[in-house]
Design a protein around this ligand. Structure first.
Ligand code: NDP
Length: 295
């Protein structure tokens, strides 16, 4: 029985983090400066708090100084903006990240638009997204999760040029930028979303699938072309009485089935997740290098 190569995001991310740590000590030695990342968390979503905690830990592990602001669920837009402009003006802060999703009374687009372009390490500023979409333009930063997906493909030796790719999902933070990045790598890209009819007919044609939907086990084995490469971004809790927490995390892709048909596949957890954080650290280092004119 055929069995897909497991794309080990955890170990690729670890290597990247080690390179980043080395670069940061080199920079510190020569300039005295260490990169700084500010994280703003509004409200008390448990998953967001976990993501912020993990990002903070990852910063510490490579030598990035992290600044965390925790604001109440009912914070006003003005209050959030006040912190952003403070960080915009603070030279020790090289990257600013607003943990999404924001509480629904806050205008996400307006808030992201205020982050200084040079500090937009999440890559969500409309000018960075616009430059990602435009021929001949270079964004200062690319969103971390889709960047991590492409990095996994490249590191695994997957050829992207001329290949048929299907991205499932079109969110601003994953699906849409993933499709733009694949096009930049010269893939022919189809985007599937909630109104797509017969998505399995499109995915069955794909050499590369990136799934970012948020539906456990939606992508069945029968959706996948033999030999294709599957990147599973989904992180979905499903009930599991055997787990001490009462749930476990699975992807969008039915791993059992897919791993018998694909030639390579990312696991959940241990695939895209760790890459997202590695890309955030990489973007923060790049920001610090750019401002300090350090090569
Ligand atoms: P969103 O909810 O913002 O977007 C989901 C997308 O999937 C939408 O474009 C939606 O379509 C589409 N969709 C929903 N249902 C279907 C369906 N039945 N068939 C086809 N398309 C569908 O989610 P995110 O992009 O923020 O996240 C997606 C998943 O990735 C989640 O599980 C999330 O937890 C995970 N994630 C993982 C990260 C990591 O580091 N590994 C980072 C970020 C997210 P429409 O536009 O029509 O509504």
């Amino acid at each position: 029985e055929a069995s897909a190569k497991v794309i080990d995001g955890k170990s690729v991310a670890k290597e990247i983090r080690e390179e980043i740590a080395t670069e940061i000590s080199r920079m510190k030695e020569s300039t005295g400066v260490v990169p700084g990342l500010a994280v703003i968390l509004v409200g008390d979503r448990k998953d967001s708090a976990t993501y912020v905690r993990n990002k903070k830990k990852a910063c510490e592990s490579v030598g990035i100084k992290s600044y965390e602001v925790q604001l109440a669920e009912d914070s006003s837009e003005q209050e959030v903006l006040k912190y952003i402009s403070g960080f915009n003006d603070d030279p020790s802060v090289n990257g600013i990240l607003v943990q999404l999703p924001l509480p629904s009374h806050l205008d996400e687009a307006k808030i992201l638009n205020v982050i200084s372009l040079e500090k937009d390490v999440d890559g969500f500023h409309p000018l960075n997204i616009g430059n990602l979409a435009m021929q001949g333009m270079e964004p200062l930063f690319v969103p971390c999760t889709p960047k991590g997906c492409i990095e996994l493909l490249l590191q695994s030796g997957v050829e992207i040029m001329g290949k048929k790719a299907v991205v499932i999902g079109r969110s601003n933070i994953v699906g849409m930028p993933a499709a733009l990045l694949l096009q930049r790598e010269d893939a022919t890209v189809t985007v599937v979303h909630s109104r797509t009819k017969n998505p399995e007919e499109l995915t069955r044609e794909a050499d590369i699938i990136i799934s970012a939907v948020g539906q456990p086990n939606m992508v069945k084995g029968s959706w996948i072309k033999p030999g294709s490469v599957v990147i599973d971004v989904g992180i979905n809790p499903v009930e599991d009485a055997k787990s001490p927490r009462g749930y476990r995390l699975v992807g969008d892709v039915c791993y059992e089935e897919a791993s018998k048909i694909a030639s390579a596949i990312t696991p959940v957890p241990g695939g895209v997740g760790p890459m997202t954080i590695a890309m955030l650290l990489s973007n923060t280092l790049a920001a610090a290098k750019r401002t300090n004119n350090f090569k």
